[in-house]
Design a protein around this ligand. Sequence first.
Ligand SMILES: CC(=O)NC[C@@H]1CCN(c2c(Cl)cnc3[nH]c(-c4cn(C)nc4C)nc23)C1
Length: 284
Amino acid sequence: LIEQPVAKTFHLGMFDIGKPLGKGKFGRVYLAREREQGFVCALKVLYKKELLQGRVEKQLRRETEIQSNLRHPNILNLYGYFHDSKRVVLILEYAGQGELYRHLRKENRFSESKAAKYTAQMASALRYLHRKHVIHRDIKPENILVGTYGNIKLSDFGWSVHAPSQRRTTYCGTLDYLPPEMIVPRTPGNSYDEKVDLWALGVLIYEFLVGEAPFEDTPVATTRRIARGDMNIPSFVSAEAADLIKKLLVVDPQKRLSLDEVEQHPWVVKHCRKSEIISTCKKS
Ligand SMILES: CC(=O)NC[C@@H]1CCN(c2c(Cl)cnc3[nH]c(-c4cn(C)nc4C)nc23)C1
C-alpha cells in the first residue's frame, strides 16, 4: 500500500495496489484503486536511486511537467504525482486494453480500417501536442496503449520536448523510428522540429499494415536506409495507404504531409465511418 498523502489536486487518498501491469523503462507499473472515490488508475513507481544512476531525473521532471498539462482522449492522462524518500509515483490513467505492440504482434498486422482508425487518432493527438509546441519524439508501438474502448492512448513522454530542439541525451532505443534529420551527424545548428513526429507516424502506419518497420535491418543498414528513405511497400498494402506512407516517409522534413493533410487523406477519410467521427476519427 502507498500510505502517503498524495496529490492535492484531486484530494486523492490512499491506494490499494493491484496486479503489476508491466515495466516501463525505469519503473514498475501497477494497477491501483484510489480508496475514497474508488477510481482505477495505473501507478508508475520509480526509484530515486535508479533515476539518479540513469541520470534521468531531468527527463522525468520534463515528462511529468508536460504530460500533466495535456488533456486529450488519445493521450494517456497523468492525474498527478507524489514522492517519498525513496520513490516517485506517477498517477496515470489506466488503459484497459494494454500495450498496442502486443496487439500488433498477436495479430501480426492490422486490417486497413483498424490501421486507419488508429492513424486518425494519432494524427488528432499529435495535432493537439504540436499546437502546444510539444514534440513527442518517441512514437512507436511500444509507447502506445489502448484504452478500454479500443482507442489509442499515446504515452511515455520521457522523450518529448518543446520544439524546436537539439537533442542532448543519447538515444538508446530502436533506430527504426528515427527520421533522417536525427541520425545524420548533426551539422552545426541542425535542429529539428515537429516534423520528426510525422516521419514516425509514417513508420507506424507502415508497421500497422506490414507487421514490421520499413527500415528494419542491421543498425548500419537501417541508418543508411533511413538517410535515403529507402524502403519498399509490399503489394498487399492498398494504393491509398501506400500513398500516405510515401508522403510521410520523405527525407526532407518540410516536404512531409502536415497533420491536417493526414486527417484529410482519402485513405483515412474512407475508413473513418461518419458514425464513429466522435470517438475515433475526432477532428479535435
Ligand atoms: C507505454 C508504457 O509506458 N508501457 C509500459 C507500462 C507497462 C504498463 N503500463 C500501463 C499504463 Cl502506464 C497504463 N495503463 C495500462 N494498462 C496496462 C495493461 C492493461 N492490460 C489488460 N494489460 C496491460 C499491460 N498497462 C498499462 C505502461
